[in-house]
Design a protein around this ligand. Structure first.
Ligand code: PEP
Ligand code: MG
Length: 741
């Protein structure tokens, strides 16, 4: 206490006490005699006088006020600041101080102290859980000097421990305590974390608060308490932190398994995975095909690595932040990912990697924990998630109360199936470029891009058409009866270009054009700032044949599926990166004309929508005009954040952390929507879009569609749906319900 209040080093006092105990051969504080304590008090007063140059205050009220002031000051300690940042607690809340009389648990064998939870905070089981010590103060229980004992007989028996539980040793006090547990739990309708002391046989309650709990326990308690009639369904929905569900949806590391810690990166995509290190996507795919569990380790990933990422059990990168390519794609696929591991260096020549002082080679085993960013050598066993039972019950309640629909961002039939299993009510974003990177297709795509003229491009697009059609047909089949938004090609052509000599040589062999010609063409297409370059609808404007092929593939697939299953899909064709009404008008006409041609050929018509992404500030500002051409808007808040803040989503990791630490941003704006700034543009576009077209469909497909705070904002401004990656669907269902309550 004097150390904290007077701002002195704790160890000064601890050392004095240790010397007395050592000299007298004591192990525990309880062995100290009255005379020993008197000696210590004198020594402590001396320490204060030496350190502060003034005597320890003897006036009780001065002592009390100093103590109160110390509690208020603690709000601004570094530790408190870090805690607030980690738990999203605003700094302007401040703290309160309780003043209460002291009771003593160290007054002999009829005294005791302890800490208890009214239910098991790890599993949620309805059983008292806690620890206690005879003849001790609270500090002794938490400091680990003496081993605390079990509170209940059942827990002691289960652990096979000898020292008597409180239930056996102090049955009267225990009975009274148990009655208080029941009273407090009923009063607060929540599991309580309680501190108590028994002073010479009399029970005193020191403190009670709602107890911290694991995600699993939160879920079980919420569902159990509804069944017990303690809370209603809406309270249960509010009780569970949606983000905590992430822990439950992925395999997690077995907490009991030993770990060999190698290093750390950003927790980019949750889940845990072990596998052998592979250093490139092709090797990952080959080894995975042979049944090997592999972890893809790259400096950073690009769309060219998609097949390797899909084949891998987990992804580790040295560079890139929480919205880097690796992070976004990994979350979408539900692969654990640790990104931006700055201590990691990779030597592709020797095919080795180094983390700190450790060196590993391709083929060695590593384990990633995508929820914490930890990287471990060797294999660590994992525990599989449980999606039935309490989880399913809570989800059912959430669905009953939410207003917004929840879709998912997915582009493969497997991911769509997973999205449906997680409860997605449609696809909000199918990024077609991922299909262009499928194994075997990339060389046709490159051939198309590097073609000299339209005729050359059309020739290769002919080859891609049946493949795209099959992709869409498979997705429509999996998503039967549900809406599917398909985005036409978006990324800069730059990203598809070969960049290694070996790739140019292979392409030259396949298509019979000289390496020099290919390289010259690639140079022409190279961009300094590709994210603001030849991408999105600009591709459709300059190379309309690409969008025409994609639109044809969509409508042919939709007609074929309608023919075969009788369940006609309603495709929503989405044009990316629109800034002006004119761009959309030109491309909508192209899509409509293509649809008309296909319907004439197939002798049937189908309903479909054409809409756009709002991901440029100009598009948001001009939403009223753009809505004349668009049946729906989908807010691409990844790009909208990038373009509004002028912050590159691929490079931001380098400076965003210090920005968050300095409080410039409360949270990473690529993770949680900058509601004050970017949010204004979204809200404005909603109002202007609806003013033009009252029934315009409005959704969000940026990463923010899976972030609870952003989802609350989406509900407030009246969006119709949110669309996160498949593994975030349950989080979004719960967050949308909380937002609606
Ligand atoms: C976006 O920009 O928010 C979006 C969803 O598109 P992408 O992430 O593919 O750029
Ligand atoms: Mg975008």
């Amino acid at each position: 206490m004097p150390a904290v209040v007077l701002g002195l080093e704790h160890h000064l006092f601890e050392e004095a006490l240790e010397i007395v105990k050592e000299d007298s051969g004591y192990r525990n504080d309880v062995e100290m005699t009255e005379a020993d304590w008197r000696g210590i008090v004198t020594q402590y007063k001396g320490i204060v006088e030496v350190e502060l140059g003034r005597a320890f205050p003897q006036d009780v009220s001065e002592q009390l006020w100093d103590a109160i002031r110390a509690v208020f000051d603690s709000w601004d300690s570094d530790r408190a600041k870090v805690y607030r940042r980690l738990n999203d607690i605003p700094g302007d809340w401040g703290t309160a101080v309780n003043v209460q009389a002291m009771v003593f648990g160290n007054m002999g064998v009829t005294s005791a102290t302890g800490v208890a939870f009214t239910r098991d905070p790890a599993t949620g089981e309805k059983a008292y859980y806690g620890e206690w010590l005879v003849n001790a103060q609270g500090e002794d229980v938490v400091a680990g000097i003496r081993t605390p004992q079990y509170l209940t007989l059942a827990a002691r028996k289960r652990a096979g421990a000898k020292p008597l539980s409180m239930e056996e040793a102090m049955p009267a006090s225990y009975g009274e305590l148990a009655a208080v547990f029941e009273l407090l739990e009923k009063h607060y309708s929540d599991m309580q974390d309680i501190e108590f002391t028994v002073e010479r046989g009399k029970l005193w309650m020191l403190q009670t608060r709602s107890g911290k709990r694991t995600a699993k326990a939160a879920l079980k308690m919420a569902v159990d308490m509804v069944e017990e009639g303690l809370i209603d369904e809406t309270t249960a929905i509010r009780r569970v932190d949606p983000m905590a569900l992430d822990q439950l949806l992925h395999p997690t590391l077995d907490p009991k398994a030993p770990r060999d810690f190698l290093g750390r990166g950003l927790p980019a995509s949750p889940g845990a995975a072990s596998g052998t290190i592979v250093l490139d996507a092709d090797t990952a795919e080959k080894r995975a095909e042979l049944g090997e569990a592999v972890i893809l380790v790259r400096v950073e990933t690009s769309p060219e690595d998609i097949h390797g990422m899909h084949a891998a059990k987990g992804i580790l990168t040295a560079r890139g932040g929480m919205t880097s390519h690796a992070a976004v794609v990994a979350r979408g696929m539900g692969r654990p990912c640790v990104s931006g591991a700055s201590g990691l260096s990779i030597d592709m020549k020797t095919r080795t990697l180094r983390m700190g002082t450790r060196e590993l080679k391709e083929g060695d085993l590593i384990t990633l924990d995508g929820a914490t960013g930890e990287i471990m050598a060797g294999m660590v066993s994992t525990v599989q998630p449980e999606l039935a039972g309490d989880f399913a019950t809570l989800m059912e309640w959430a669905d009953r109360y939410r207003c917004m629909k929840v879709r998912a961002n997915a582009e493969t039939p497997a991911d769509c199936r997973m999205a449906r299993e997680f409860g997605a009510e449609g696809i909000g974003l199918c990024r077609t470029e991922h299909m262009f990177f499928e194994a075997g297709r990339i060389s046709s795509v490159r051939q198309m891009i590097l073609a000299q003229d339209e005729a050359g491009r059309r020739a290769t697009l002919e080859k891609l058409l049946p493949e795209q059609r099959a992709d869409f047909a498979a997705i429509f089949t999996v998503m039967a009866g549900l809406p599917v938004t398909i985005r036409l090609l978006d990324p800069p052509l730059h990203e598809f270009l070969p960049n290694r000599d070996a790739e140019f040589a292979a392409l030259s062999d396949t298509i019979g054009i000289g390496v020099d010609t290919l390289k010259r063409r690639a140079d022409e297409l190279h961009e300094m700032n590709p994210m603001l370059g030849h991408r999105g609808c600009r591709l459709g404007i300059t190379y309309p044949e690409i969008y025409e092929m994609q639109a044809r593939a969509i409508f042919e697939a939709a007609c074929d599926v309608a023919e075969e299953s009788g369940d006609a899909p309603v495709p929503e064709v989405m044009i990316p990166l629109v800034a002006t009404k004119k761009e959309l008008a030109i491309l909508k006409k192209l899509v409509d004309e293509t649809a008309a041609k296909v319907f004439a050929e197939k002798c049937r018509t189908l309903d479909y929508l054409v809409g756009t992404m709002i991901e440029l500030p100009r598009a948001a500002l001009m939403a009223g005009e753009i809505a004349e051409e668009a049946k729906f808007f989908s807010f691409g808040t990844n790009d909208l954040t990038q373009t509004t803040l002028g912050v590159s989503r691929d490079d931001a990791a380098r400076f965003l952390n210090p920005y968050v630490e300095k409080g410039i941003f409360l949270r990473d704006p690529f993770v949680s929507l900058d509601i004050e700034g970017v949010g204004q543009l979204v809200e404005l576009a909603v109002q202007r879009g609806r003013a033009t077209r009252a029934d315009i469909k409005l959704g969000i497909c940026g990463e923010h569609g899976g972030d609870p705070a952003s989802i609350t904002f989406c509900e407030k401004i009246g969006l119709d749906y949110v669309s996160p990656s498949p593994f975030r669907v349950p989080i979004a269902r719960l967050a949308a319900a909380q937002a609606a309550l």
